[in-house]
Design a protein around this ligand. Structure first.
Ligand SMILES: O=C(O)CCC(=O)C(=O)O
Ligand SMILES: [Fe+2]
Length: 278
């Protein structure tokens, strides 16, 4: 069956069917998958049955993989795959929804992951959706006065930022040494599409480079309030077999915490090698 692409909403995201990532993938199919990500920012490849190693191999179709900073979350048989669970080892296995505030992955690094791949292993009966924001649309809709204020600014991103609202795992000394603070432009140009997006991360942005905390807070609060509007969002309802791939360069996401946390939710996750935001 040939690959089919069907948009999942008005804002972004598409469903891909007719693909088996465990079978050999031709160059043409690989190119079509990459094109689908460029066109839709988030894709959901349905009906996959992937061991961690198969997930890593499938992810490599999109580019070289990285290993996650936090050692504890890595899977032994495939170190590029990490576990996102609502019983995280790093919280002593106690129930907790990770990543429940808006963010883009990895922005505390100099070269954040371009794509993230998330594969559903165990899903709650209802809910546990992942929500996305289209940051191209956010920038396009930003009032001109606000856009000109952010035009040449850089934001300081940190693993544990002053403004962070999410639970973050403690790092070992080695992990901490790998994650010094960095700064990135607030308007980012996607190297493939050439389009600009608002590059913000409410979890990890500590302040605007060169600005006081108070001045930074005022502008960041305003930008976040604008960016979080529903017209920029897509909400993914997971099914078993879903492999969702998103582009961190032009989207944000969060795990929806509005479900019965007594039910386990476990995802396998891979990130692609990053690039320096420009
Ligand atoms: O669990 C989710 O829905 C999202 C987790 C997340 O933020 C990530 O894997 O980067
Ligand atoms: Fe994330």
């Amino acid at each position: 069956m040939p690959m089919q692409v069907k948009p999942l909403g008005e804002v972004m995201a598409a469903e891909i069917t007719g693909v088996d990532l465990c079978a050999p993938v031709s160059d043409a199919l690989k190119a079509s998958l990459k094109q689908a990500i460029a066109d839709h920012l988030v894709i959901c490849i349905r009906d996959q049955d992937l061991t961690p190693r198969e997930l890593a191999d499938a992810s490599r179709l999109f580019g070289p993989l990285k290993t996650f900073v936090l050692r504890e979350d890595r899977i032994d048989e495939a170190p590029e795959v990490s576990i996102v669970s609502n019983r995280p080892k790093l919280n002593d296995g106690k129930p907790l929804v990770q990543a429940k505030h808006w963010h883009t992955d990895d922005s505390y690094l100099a070269a954040p992951a371009t794509l993230t791949l998330l594969y559903a292993k165990t899903l709650p009966k209802d809910g546990g959706d992942t929500e996305f924001i289209n940051c191209y649309d956010v920038l396009d809709a930003l009032p001109a006065a606000m856009r000109s204020r952010v035009a040449n600014l850089r934001a300081v991103h940190k693993y544990l930022s002053r403004r962070n609202a999410s639970w973050v795992a403690e790092r070992s000394a080695e992990e901490e040494a790998e994650t010094p603070e960095v700064d990135h432009p607030m308007i980012r140009t996607h190297p493939l599409s050439g389009r600009q997006s608002l590059y913000i991360n409410p979890n990890r942005i500590d302040r605007i480079a060169g600005w006081s905390d108070a001045e930074s807070d005022a502008l960041l609060d305003e930008l976040y309030e604008f960016a979080f509007q529903p017209q920029f969002q897509y909400r993914h309802k997971w099914r078993y077999g879903d492999l969702v791939v998103w582009d961190n360069r032009c989207t944000m996401h969060r795990a929806n915490a509005d479900y019965d946390i007594d039910q386990p939710r476990v995802m396998h996750r891979v990130m692609l090698e990053g690039e320096i935001p420009r």
